[in-house]
Design a protein around this ligand. Structure first.
Ligand SMILES: *Cc1c(COP(=O)(O)O)cnc(C)c1O
Length: 384
């Protein structure tokens, strides 16, 4: 293999998570798989077909680049939705390929109508409404104009959805804000309906909203983090663990991703020597150290120096000294028979031992979302 590490995706975990989440939303709610951020680091090209095989027919990406990658691997009949960035000069390609997209400005709506007219076909749009996140979304006072435009150009538009996004449903601290957003969304939807605007679907929920606030499920749920096997937050997990209707004894979500490498070399280091650059680590006894051929260039954060752990031969080994650009060192003094080529687990399981993404995130102060989505694109993704 050309690469010094690889990422494994667990097909059974994908099936298990999707089956569970589908059960939670019921048969009448459409499951949208959010695969922005390179499918939260899992790899769009590898994850999308797995989710399709588990029965998913809708995928949401961030921009045209991700849509293009998804388009290349998706089955006919699978719907793509761009939730974020789109340049006006990408709209022709997007409409030509029947890719749906969020509309959160008048300018984008006008550009879509203009391009659809040129192509003599309908642009598939989801109106994103501002309800209190104050990021993207059509403001209340723009809606009468938007409604007029949509009615006037119904030949060129197919209103797939009206939607909004919550400002942090995973945190209990945002409870009131989320609730107000929900109320505002309902109010705006009602007034759009009064002016004759009725979409094929209303949607608002991400993973956390769907799992804690069932009334936010509406016609569609946009599942991101949960389908990869992570609870959006400890609160979300506890809420589900303790609530009467869904009580579980074993975690119904299973991590899909593992990240693995191999020992590059092993060397003894005598007591009283500094190890690797500078004075970050001083050996306090005779030690056996091993190098792992990944560093911050490959996505292993510098902040894990002297604090990270990996698994080798089923045991935990500590990172000693700094994380370099392309390698770091681990203390393997307590593990017998270590040799170059031994498998090293950076995230995942080995025997009974386990390194979770969250144990990692605590050390690096990164949330799951950031750590996963920053896993470099060039690391090969293998399905197991
Ligand atoms: C990322 C995102 C989601 C999915 O969020 P999760 O918390 O990962 O489930 C849903 N909707 C929008 C608009 C998003 O940007």
């Amino acid at each position: 293999m050309l690469h010094s590490s690889w990422i494994e995706l667990d097909r059974l975990a994908v099936n298990k998570n999707i089956r569970y989440l589908k059960k939670r939303i019921g048969p009448d709610v459409t499951y949208v798989s959010v695969i922005k951020g390179n499918a939260y680091g899992h790899g769009i090209e590898q994850y999308l077909p797995l989710a399709e095989a588990a029965g998913v027919r809708h995928f949401a990406v961030y921009d045209a680049f991700e849509a293009q990658r998804a388009l290349q691997v998706k089955a006919a009949g699978t719907q793509l939705i761009i939730m974020g960035m789109l340049d006006a000069d990408q709209l022709d390609w997007v409409i030509e390929n029947d890719i749906a997209f969020f509309v959160f400005t008048k300018e984008r709506l006008d550009a879509a109508i203009c391009e659809a007219r040129k192509q003599k076909k309908k642009a598939l749009i989801h109106l994103e409404l501002e309800t209190g996140m104050n990021r993207t979304g059509l403001d209340e006072d723009e809606l009468p104009f938007i409604a007029q435009e949509i009615k006037k150009n119904s030949r060129y538009l197919s209103l797939q959805g009206v939607c909004t996004h919550y400002a942090g449903a995973e945190s209990i601290a945002n409870y009131f804000r989320i609730h107000k957003q929900y109320e505002q969304f309902n109010k705006l939807c009602k007034s759009l309906k009064k002016s004759g605007i009725v979409p094929l679907a209303y949607h608002s929920a991400c993973s956390a909203a769907a799992l804690i606030y069932p009334h936010t499920k509406m016609d569609m749920v946009r599942f991101g983090i949960a389908q990869y096997g992570f609870w959006p937050s400890m609160e979300t997990k506890m809420n589900n663990l303790l609530s009467e209707e869904v009580k579980f004894t074993r975690d119904p979500l299973k991590a899909v991703l593992s990240w693995k490498s191999r020992v590059m070399s092993v060397k003894p280091v005598g007591q009283g020597n500094f190890v690797n650059y500078g004075n970050a680590y001083l050996s306090t006894k005779n030690m056996k150290l091993a190098t792992v051929p990944i560093g911050y260039h490959q996505g292993y954060s510098r902040s894990l120096g002297n604090s990270g752990q990996v698994l080798i031969r089923g045991k935990k080994a500590d990172v000693v000294g700094m994380v370099n650009m392309n390698m770091f060192m681990i203390n393997v003094s307590h593990i017998r028979g270590i040799a170059a080529g031994d498998e090293v687990v950076i995230i995942g399981k080995q025997g009974e031992a386990k390194i979770t993404v969250s144990s990692f995130s605590e050390l690096t102060k990164m949330v799951n979302y950031e750590l996963l989505s920053r896993l470099p694109h060039q690391i090969p993704r293998i399905i197991v």
